[in-house]
Design a protein around this ligand. Structure first.
Ligand code: FES
Length: 145
């Protein structure tokens, strides 16, 4: 009888935990921007960096971009007036990197990279693959050439 009660308690805690994880994810600042992918570039509207929430306007530090060219997302980070586009593939053994706290961190063996792609902590030794970017009044372009 105690086992059944314990089982029901466990199920209740799982049912409560799953929506909570979704809430945490939405608060983590991870945002996949709408982007237009072409053979030689990806176009992202600058307004993708504007965050409107509860009638308050703020700016995102970065957005993520899914793409067909690479198996990994690209992170577009705004650093000062520049935009730095990095492939979120660890240069150690190829795990997908996490973004947070102004750095990229690898869940596999602990490498860390700056938001400009340089190695902050090994075992990775090579900087991240980055892409040139350019801007005009409305858009940011990530160039594949
Ligand atoms: S794959 Fe990233 S640290 Fe090993």
């Amino acid at each position: 009888m105690m086992k059944r009660k314990k089982f029901i308690q466990t199920l209740s805690s799982v049912a409560i935990t799953i929506p909570s994880l979704g809430f945490l994810h939405s608060c983590s600042g991870i945002y996949y921007a709408t982007a237009k992918e072409e053979v030689d570039k990806i176009t992202i509207a600058k307004h993708e960096f504007i965050l409107e929430k509860n009638n308050k306007v703020s700016k995102r530090e970065f957005v993520l971009i899914q793409n067909n060219k690479y198996r990994f997302p690209i992170c577009l980070y705004k650093v000062g007036e520049d935009y730095i586009a990095s492939l979120l593939k660890c240069t150690h053994r190829g795990c997908e990197l996490n973004v947070g706290g102004g750095i990229y961190s690898c869940p596999c063996h602990g490498s860390q990279f700056s938001n400009e792609g340089t190695v902050l902590q090994g075992p990775a030794e090579q900087k991240l693959k980055t892409f040139p970017t350019k801007t005009d009044d409305e858009n940011i372009y990530i160039l594949f050439s």
